[in-house]
Design a binder for this molecule. Structure first.
Ligand SMILES: NC(=O)c1ccc[n+]([C@@H]2O[C@H](COP(=O)([O-])OP(=O)(O)OC[C@H]3O[C@@H](n4cnc5c(N)ncnc54)[C@H](O)[C@@H]3O)[C@@H](O)[C@H]2O)c1
Length: 403
């Protein structure tokens, strides 16, 4: 194979696309980052970033200054095209691949023989084959002349730069040549193992990883509700249970959020409703846990009101979907805060140290909120909360006192 894959266009400059673009650029690939959001393009072209991701801002600044990365609202010709746009689901949990389709349509006119086309967006199975058909229906002369592969991303937001470089990767080409091309390309900036398979297995692999996490968290969340009823400290229980050499229970929380674990299992359930019993039940348990948290807070508020003859001040601590990030997508904590604000039996302080503003209301610093509140509700275990002095009345849904 003679292709060099020196120039890449990546569509979508979000949590996945921007770190990937910066890392490719750092490793000598000339990168054009394309985003439909002009604000994102302007920010990146100034050498700045629009997301909270440690180590990324320094990297983006350098590669922009050295002209190795440029952002644009339009693609250009290149050797490699990577799709890293969102894949949400519609109201009824049916996956929405329209962003992948429209990003693909944007680049179809720029494709040339010998190009490598990669989908990184999390996708329901068969997506890569569908998108290949879309490309070949508009450009039949490219069939057999371009490489197409699905290469899912498995980074942890907040540690994206390190994990992009060091996590093992799975690549699923539409044929053997596409696998080889994808491996050649990723070897330029990934330091770890790259495992080839077919497109469908790679798509299912990504969905299975997140469904597996969801099922395991659902187990911990179910335990937390059982323990509450039985008056057992679930954090102590899990810690002790995990002393068994072959048991490793995850931690319960306010539910499951984010763009991946709370979404991707539905991509399996939607296509295989009769077979996905555990996967669907886990989704339901994790969603139910958030409603359970809301009920617990409401009960504490009413109890306080009865005992003190006044409305309590309640600090709602953390809105992001997990600790130490600014990502609020599908966040159960945000759902809790939204619901609590409609419950008029208390006055609320909303705390989220990782964002500057919020569409739900004014933010309060964690110190202020803790000093003023009667009830402290820990929804997310942000590092800022770990050192706060213990207050009289706390509701701890994320194990802040056990970390
Ligand atoms: N965030 C994660 O941790 C993570 C991890 C693994 C996989 N993924 C998957 O990666 C994909 C991207 O996720 P993300 O978190 O980076 O999303 P994101 O919302 O942070 O970023 C997506 C970007 O794509 C842009 N966009 C939308 N349509 C476009 C188009 N047609 N052309 C160019 N740009 C377009 C948006 O403006 C946005 O800036 C999703 O499929 C997601 O499931 C995300």
């Amino acid at each position: 194979m003679g292709e060099r894959f020196d120039e890449a266009v990546i569509l979508g400059l979000g949590y996945i696309g921007l770190p990937t673009a910066a890392l490719m650029a750092k490793n000598g690939i000339k990168v054009t980052g394309v985003d439909t959001n002009e604000e994102v393009v302007d920010t990146v072209n100034k050498g700045k970033i629009h997301i909270v991701e440690p180590e990324l801002s320094g990297l983006v600044k350098i590669v922009i200054e050295e002209n190795k990365l440029a952002a644009s609202t339009k693609p250009i010709c290149a050797d490699v095209f990577i799709i890293a746009v969102p894949t949400p689901f519609k109201d009824n949990h049916v996956p929405d691949i329209s962003y992948i389709e429209s990003a693909t349509k944007m680049i179809i006119p720029y494709l040339r023989s010998g190009n490598l086309f990669i989908i990184e967006s999390t996708s329901p199975i068969f997506t890569t084959e569908k998108i290949a058909n879309l490309i070949f229906s508009e450009r039949p002369e490219l069939e057999g002349n371009i490489y197409i592969a699905y290469c899912p991303e498995r980074v942890l937001p907040g540690n994206a730069v390190y994990e992009l470089e060091n996590n093992d990767r799975v690549v699923g080409g539409i044929n053997e040549e596409s696998n080889q091309a994808a491996i050649t390309f990723y070897s330029k900036f990934v330091n770890s193992n790259i495992y080839p398979t077919n497109a469908r297995t790679a798509e299912m692999c990504k969905l299975t990883e997140n469904a597996s996490r969801d099922v395991n968290i659902a187990f911990a969340n179910e335990l937390s509700m059982i323990c509450d009823k039985a008056n057992i400290n679930v954090w102590e229980l899990i810690n002790l249970t995990n002393k068994h050499p072959r048991v490793n229970i995850l931690q319960p929380g306010s539910g499951v959020g984010g763009h991946c674990i709370a979404v991707d299992p539905w991509f399996i359930v939607s296509d295989f409703p009769d077979e996905s019993i555990i996967i669907k039940t886990a989704r339901e348990i994790n969603n139910y846990k958030t409603l359970w948290v809301i009920e617990q807070i409401k009960n504490s508020i009413l109890q306080f009101k009865m005992e003190n003859n006044r409305k309590p001040k309640v600090a709602l601590m953390g809105i992001a979907f997990k600790p130490n990030i600014d990502d609020l997508r599908e966040s159960p904590a945000k759902q809790v805060v939204k619901e609590m604000l409609t419950f008029k039996n208390a006055e609320y302080f909303i705390v989220e140290p990782n964002v500057d503003s919020l569409d739900l209301g004014e933010l309060t610093s964690h110190e202020d909120a803790c000093n003023k509140a009667d009830i402290i509700v820990f929804l997310v275990a942000h590092r800022e909360f770990l050192t706060l002095e213990r207050q009289k009345q706390e509701l701890d849904f994320c194990g802040i006192r056990r970390r």
